[in-house]
Design a protein around this ligand. Structure first.
Ligand SMILES: *Cc1c(COP(=O)(O)O)cnc(C)c1O
Length: 346
């Protein structure tokens, strides 16, 4: 990329940097030692997120991975099995943590863009009295789905899966790294999610634009052990009110802006659909666009060609490419990117 070019980074919504307003909220935060639960800003963020989802407890984490890993540990014993989609972040992108930290295996469902049905869950449950197979104890879903292209679940199907979980005595965890995007895209209420899931993890460091942070919510009977597990995983932190302040700022100011990211992603999707070098574009529901190039085009060459123009996108393997819009992808970049695509010939 040349010096005079603007850098357009569409690799992930994790590349955002704190805005001026967020930085001001960070430096003026009142802090204390959060390991002693004496950081009032962390306490305020936890109380706010718990209330938002109608749960009694919330706990701040350094990463979404640690929040999910803690949830898996809360719901399972070593040897158990977790039902999740073949695209699940907990299965593909958490370093094998489910087996390392909790000693569990995953039963993968062959879903549609990271989503599956209550019927498929029923088929995936091992009979509890058949002691040859692992004991199924947890169902985990992701909303929006990451590898599934930012797609949003049908809430009715989630309700049906919840019923299956209740009948079979299974925990139900939501990896809501981008749940904010689903809530905004579908105009849904967080309390509705709180009612059907036992635990929910949400990220502050994705679309909301915070530098660090995730929150895990749940009710007392499960969450009373979460702080110990977080400690074991090394996630007990001290004056992290500086980070929680960014989270509070983001909920006040950035949540509503996700609409903009979704609009831009949809526009990118429409332009890509009309590009001669593109084979297909997956439906765009939120801020993620996944597409395939024509078979005769090499993905790496394509990505490098864009890089020379200061445009960065990700390779998801198997010919799939990914674009993610975010807070720091502004209208000027958007216009430049769309017009580049429209004139680009490969
Ligand atoms: C980003 C992400 C996480 C958490 O990732 P961290 O980088 O550990 O914060 C979890 N699940 C999904 C679906 C994600 O996209």
């Amino acid at each position: 990329m040349k010096d005079e070019q603007i850098k357009i980074d569409l690799r992930s919504d994790t590349f955002t940097k704190p805005s001026q307003g967020m930085l001001e909220a960070i430096v003026s935060a009142k802090v204390g030692d959060d390991v002693y639960k004496e950081d009032e800003t962390v306490n305020a963020l936890e109380a706010r997120v718990a209330k938002l989802f109608g749960k009694s407890h919330a706990l701040f984490f350094p990463s979404g991975t640690m929040a999910n890993q803690t949830a898996i540990k809360l719901h399972t014993n070593p040897g158990d099995q977790v039902i999740c989609d073949k695209y699940a972040h907990i299965y593909n992108y958490e370093g094998g943590g489910a087996s390392f930290n909790s000693g569990v295996s995953c039963k993968l469902i062959d879903g549609n863009r990271g989503m599956f049905t209550a019927e498929q869950v029923i088929e995936a449950i091992n009979p509890p009295d058949f002691y040859h197979s692992p004991l199924t104890t947890l169902v985990e879903i992701e909303n929006t789905t990451n590898k599934g292209g930012g797609s949003c679940w049908d809430f009715n199907e989630l309700q049906k899966i919840k019923n299956v979980c209740e009948t079979n005595n299974l925990g139900f965890h939501l990896d809501g790294a981008r749940l904010w995007n689903a809530l905004v895209a579908k105009d849904e209420k967080p309390q509705a999610y709180g009612e059907i899931f036992d635990t929910i993890s949400v990220c502050l460091s994705k679309g909301l634009g915070c530098p660090i942070g995730s929150v895990l919510v749940g009710d007392e009977h499960l969450m009373k052990n979460a702080i110990r597990i977080r400690k074991i995983l090394g996630g007990g932190m001290r004056q992290v009110g500086f980070l929680a302040a960014a989270g509070l700022y983001a909920l006040d100011n950035n949540l509503i802006l996700l609409k903009e990211d979704h609009k831009k992603a949809k526009e990118i999707g429409s332009v890509l659909e009309n590009c001669s070098f593109i084979k297909n574009v997956k439906p765009v529901e939120t801020n993620i666009v996944i597409f395939n190039l024509n078979d005769d085009i090499n993905g790496v060459t394509f990505i490098n060609e864009l890089k020379n123009r200061g445009i960065f996108i990700s390779d998801m393997g198997q010919g799939k490419l990914r674009i993610v819009t975010h807070l720091d992808y502004n209208s000027r970049m958007h216009d430049a990117f769309l017009s580049y695509l429209q004139t680009f010939n490969f």
